[in-house]
Every structure is written in structure tokens, then in C-alpha cells.
Design a protein around this ligand. Structure first.
Ligand code: MN
Length: 323
């Protein structure tokens, strides 16, 4: 046992759990020129809690190519979570929302059975864009009944102390609770560490967690972290200790976690379904009409919407959280 501190409180922690190999990202090209690091779904760890998708983009200088340009596209049976470390984004959706997002703020869109949105870098945005796009799978019990919704949260619980800053954007962490809508037990937080800073946080032992090193470097529960990769922490891990070993550069980290998601899902294009037939239905409904009833329309977008690609020639299979 040892005593460690979180900003504003003291917690007692006990055993250290084995750390798995880091989950490395794979480079993916989106659209014409945007490169992202895709971490989830990972070959061995398809999900962490209900988190089923994690793209890490930037830091990129967006002055030459204009930055993010994602035309209207649909989603179903998931929540999209947008979190920026640097830069700005502009969200528009079929519910009529038009929302600028800045670092430290959360955009969370609940698709339910269908919604569509567009995300672009707005005119006049800062030169550098750096952030993450995540998806949360909706449980089967609510995915068809929860109404489509968009929430922007600019006032999130943030604790600072000892060179550490923790912003809890969804769920509960170390006593901080985010008001963001969620439909399973999960957590998401940004952690910033000044050079040399250390931090410890209590974790729920019924959760699995992943810690992304988005910028700089960190030691995670006593082991060297891998920049731009995710350190996986299995259920039973009761705490997280972090240290920024760099004497000059800050560390920017993303913590995600949740109760292991035991339902099998089919992820294809922008949908999280349960069967091949559901995917076919979703793609067909989106492609067949300029204003598909199920997904609606983003008004006023300057350009065509994205159509679903041809379906694979083999049947899509539902899969569990582990390979
Ligand atoms: Mn999207």
C-alpha cells in the first residue's frame, strides 16, 4: 500500500497490475489528404468499455489544406465524442445544431437509430489542429429508443494541482462527475502534466481502461509509455499513477475506460449494428435519398454529402470485444 495524491484529495492505492503491450495506432487516410492514427478498433482489443472507435489526429498545421472537412454523413446506434487538444471545429447536424468547439469542451452526439452531421475546421481557426474522435457503442436495450441528440458541454469538472490538470468529460473520475449523457458505465478524461509532474488517480476495478499519450511522454503505473499509443489497463486495476519524465515538454493524455462491453457488434462505415442485415438496411436508407427520413439532412452545408461505399462482398459478422 502507498499513499498518493490527486488534486484536492488523498487516496490509498494497493496492488499494481500487469500492463499489456501498448496498443499501437495504424495510419489511416481520410478523404484526400488527412492522416489519422486509428487506435480502436484494435486487432487484439476491439473495444475498451463501450468505446469502440478512437481516431487521433494531429497536431497538424491546417493553414495550407484548410484542416478538417468531413461532409454530411450518417451515424446509427452510437455516440460520437469530439475532444480537441488544440484548434477549433465546427459541428452541424440534422437536428439543426451548429456548434463551434474549442479545447477543453465536449461535443457528444447520440445517434440513436439515425442522425447525420458534418464536421469542418471553421474559417479563422488557429493554425494547429490536434484532437480525438471517439465513438461509444449504444447498448442493445436503448439503441433503438434513445432519441437522436446533440450536447455541447463547455463547463466540465476540472481539477488542478501539483502541475497536473484533469478534465473529466464523461462519467466519473476521482470524485469529479461530468454531466455528459451516457448509456453505459464509462469514463473519459483529459490529463495534462507539466514537465516533471506526477499524478495518481483511483480507478474503478470493474472497468478496463486505456491511456493515450497524445503529446509528450509519460510513465504509466511505473512503466514507460509509448507516445501516440494506448496503454491498456485490465479490470482489477485500482489506480493510475502518471509521471511526466520530460524536463521541458508538457504531456497531454487521454484516459478512457468502462465496464467491458459484452455484446457482439458489427462496425461498418459509420454504423455500429448487430447484424449484416442491419448494416445493409442502414447503408441503403442513407444512399437511396438526398433527404433520408431515418437520418435527416444537414441544412446549409456547402457541398455534397458522403455516400456509403459499396458493401463488402462477404457477409459481415458480429464480433466481441476481444479478437
Ligand atoms: Mn461523424
Amino acid at each position: 500500500m502507498c499513499l498518493v495524491t490527486v488534486p484536492g484529495q488523498t487516496v490509498t492505492v494497493s496492488t499494481f497490475r500487469t500492463l499489456h503491450e501498448p496498443l499501437e495506432a495504424r495510419r489511416v487516410v481520410l478523404g484526400r489528404s488527412t492522416h489519422v492514427d486509428r487506435i480502436l478498433p484494435h486487432r487484439t482489443h476491439r473495444m475498451i468499455g463501450a468505446w469502440c472507435f478512437l481516431d487521433h489526429f494531429g497536431p497538424d498545421d491546417v493553414t495550407s489544406d484548410g484542416g478538417m472537412w468531413v461532409p454530411p454523413h450518417p451515424h446509427a446506434y452510437l455516440q460520437t465524442v469530439t475532444w480537441l487538444f488544440e484548434g477549433q471545429g465546427l459541428h452541424t447536424d440534422s437536428l439543426g445544431n451548429r456548434q463551434l468547439i474549442r479545447p477543453g469542451q465536449l461535443n457528444v452526439m447520440t445517434a440513436g437509430p439515425g442522425i447525420c452531421h458534418a464536421e469542418v475546421t471553421p474559417e479563422g481557426a488557429p493554425d494547429v489542429l490536434h484532437g480525438v474522435q471517439l465513438w461509444v457503442a449504444l447498448p442493445d436495450t436503448v439503441r433503438n429508443t434513445v432519441p437522436p441528440d446533440f450536447a455541447h458541454l463547455a463547463d466540465l469538472p476540472r481539477r488542478t494541482g501539483g502541475g497536473a490538470e484533469v478534465t473529466t468529460f464523461i462519467g466519473r473520475l476521482g470524485g469529479a462527475v461530468s454531466p455528459a449523457p451516457r448509456f453505459s458505465l464509462l469514463v473519459g478524461a483529459e490529463i495534462r502534466l507539466a514537465p516533471g509532474a506526477e499524478l495518481a488517480l483511483p480507478l474503478r476495478t470493474d472497468f478496463e481502461h486505456g491511456l493515450l499519450i497524445a503529446a509528450g511522454n509519460a510513465r504509466v503505473n511505473g512503466a514507460d509509455g509509448t507516445p501516440r499509443a494506448v496503454t491498456y489497463l485490465e479490470p482489477g486495476t485500482d489506480h493510475l499513477t502518471l509521471a511526466n519524465p520530460d524536463p521541458e515538454a508538457p504531456a497531454v493524455l487521454l484516459l478512457i475506460g468502462g465496464q467491458p462491453f459484452e455484446e457482439e457488434i458489427v462496425m461498418w462505415w459509420n454504423f455500429v449494428a448487430r447484424s449484416h442485415e442491419e448494416i445493409v438496411e442502414l447503408a441503403t436508407r442513407w444512399n437511396e435519398s438526398d433527404v433520408p427520413a431515418r437520418f435527416g439532412q444537414v441544412e446549409g452545408f456547402d457541398g455534397p454529402r458522403l455516400l456509403a461505399p459499396p458493401l463488402p462482398t462477404v457477409r459481415l459478422k458480429s464480433r466481441g470485444r476481444r479478437a
